[in-house]
Design a protein around this ligand. Sequence first.
Ligand code: MG
Length: 269
Amino acid sequence: MRIARFTTGSEPSYGVVTGEVDEFGQPAEDSVIVAIAGDPLYVGITLLDQEHRLSDVRLLAPVLPRSKVVGIGRNYAAHAAELGNDVPSEPLMFLKPNTSVVGPGDPIYYPRQTQDLHYEGELAVVIGRICRDVPAEQATDVIHGYTIANDVTARDLQRSDGQFTRAKGFDSFCPLGPWIETDLDPQHFIDGVRVQTHLNGEVVQDGSTADMIFDIPALIAHVSSVMTLLPGDVILTGTPEGVGPMQVDDEVEISIAGLGTLTNKVATR
Ligand code: MG
């Protein structure tokens, strides 16, 4: 099931996106979104007798993390190498504030404090229930679904600060969307799913989730051994190689097979 959050101009609501999709999970032109009562993370799925053409609504971030977005750094060997880093022996964790989250089509604001703003296309895991110390074998039980993230990073600040809070924490530095796919399991991504980033139409990242150093169950076990995870928390699973700079007015599209495409443009405030 593809669960989106959307607005038609008034109060945002959740909905299920129906219809055929192509190999990248892009829905057909005539797809519709059927509204759901309440937030499906907390109240389950009750379809309302209210539907819209997908093309008539504005999609919003499909989840508003109640407490945190957990990032994982250097989880693809080729990406660690391109920035001159070794592969970590344990997952390298950092936090992005929930205020960094924006939705599909929302601007990524280029902060005045950086001269080197990078995209990082990533698979994101949305947690479905409160949990801690989750064994890897039980990780599937706590996953609500999967979406796409851009782990936007001010690379120069990441280097100069020596840690990631400022470099990855600005407002708009965590676009999420276009929706949450709930019907996949971690093995699907361990087997390998294509992650592609286009910058102004040109392919700049083309990786496979099979190349993650720590797979999704291992990441959930690791993160939940440190901090309690809440429904709606998001784990970013790391970016494949090919990261690079974005300029104002650039358009970044991140596509993950089966999940669709997340598109954002860079803007000044
Ligand atoms: Mg990243």
